[in-house]
Write a protein that binds this ligand. Structure first.
Ligand code: SF4
Length: 63
C-alpha cells in the first residue's frame, strides 16, 4: 500500500504531521512532504488517523 497526497487540495495545516510525524512533514517552505510513501506496518494506524483528520480530504491510500 502506498500513501498518496493531492497537493492541489492540501492547505499545509500540518494536522497530518501532528498525528503521523514519521510520514508527514510540513517544512519551512510551507509545503507538505511525504517522508515515506510505504511506511512500516506499525505506522499505518496513524496514517489512517491522519487520513481521517485531513479537513481537505487530500490524503488517500492506494493498493
Ligand atoms: S492534514 Fe491534509 S491539508 Fe493538512 S497538511 Fe496534511 S494533507 Fe495537507
Amino acid at each position: 500500500m502506498k500513501i498518496s497526497v493531492d497537493y492541489d487540495l492540501c492547505e499545509s495545516n500540518a494536522l497530518c504531521m501532528e498525528i503521523a510525524p514519521e510520514v508527514f512533514e510540513v517544512r519551512d517552505d510551507n509545503f507538505l512532504y511525504v517522508l515515506d510513501e510505504s511506511p512500516a506496518q506499525a505506522v499505518w494506524p496513524q496514517v489512517e488517523d491522519a487520513l481521517r483528520a485531513c479537513p481537505k480530504g487530500a490524503i488517500s491510500i492506494e493498493d
